[in-house]
Write a protein that binds this ligand. Structure first.
Ligand code: SF4
Ligand code: SF4
Length: 174
């Protein structure tokens, strides 16, 4: 009888991979993590590299191995700026940003904690239609300028009923 192999274990955290979860996440992705060459081009251009505990190429490596439980509860998936530079740079069309989005969706579906700033952004979208309201900016001369200082018209805020319904449907009736 063939000797049974011991399960793969991440020795840093003693986590055990979850092939079922890896297959579930992989099915949602346009690219395949298995094609990753670990060239780290995604990480070399990453906007949030200094913030991320796990760099994009490391996230892809963990997904390939099936260590997703750790990723889903990791701060790194929320610190990504979703700038898509990693998608542009990847020679294998792996799309690390899409993987991160799928991990975020999984975290939300499990009702794990979402950073407060993202909740605030969502509320702002629901209330005004804007992710961030208009804010003043400080120029090199040290003065703060708002839209009115630059002769820009006031921004019309608020969502149409149709847009609100579409958004609510997208959010699953939040
Ligand atoms: S750029 Fe693409 S192939 Fe290279 S490490 Fe990142 S995901 Fe993998
Ligand atoms: S999408 Fe996220 S992981 Fe990819 S380059 Fe931008 S910040 Fe980095």
């Amino acid at each position: 009888m063939a000797e049974q192999k011991p399960p793969l274990v991440d020795m840093m955290s003693m986590a055990i991979p979850s092939p079922e979860l890896r297959d579930k996440i992989s099915a949602l992705l346009p690219g395949k993590a298995d094609f990753c060459l670990q060239c780290a081009r995604c990480t070399s251009g990453c906007t949030a590299m200094r913030l991320l505990e796990l760099k994009p190429h490391e996230i892809v490596a963990l997904v390939r191995l099936g260590f997703l439980e750790e990723l889903i509860s990791s701060k790194s998936i929320w610190d990504c700026a979703l700038c898509l530079k990693c998608v542009e740079k990847c020679p294998q069309e792996v799309a690390p940003a899409e993987i991160i989005m799928a991990l975020r969706n999984e975290a939300v579906s499990r009702e794990l904690e979402v950073p407060e700033r993202l909740n605030a952004m969502l509320m702002s979208i629901l209330e005004t239609g804007l992710a961030f309201g208009p804010r003043k900016r400080t120029a090199r001369d040290g003065r703060s300028y708002g839209r009115e200082d630059m002769g820009l018209p006031e921004i019309k805020v608020g969502l149409s009923e149709e847009a609100m319904m579409a958004l609510m449907e997208l959010l699953g009736g939040v």
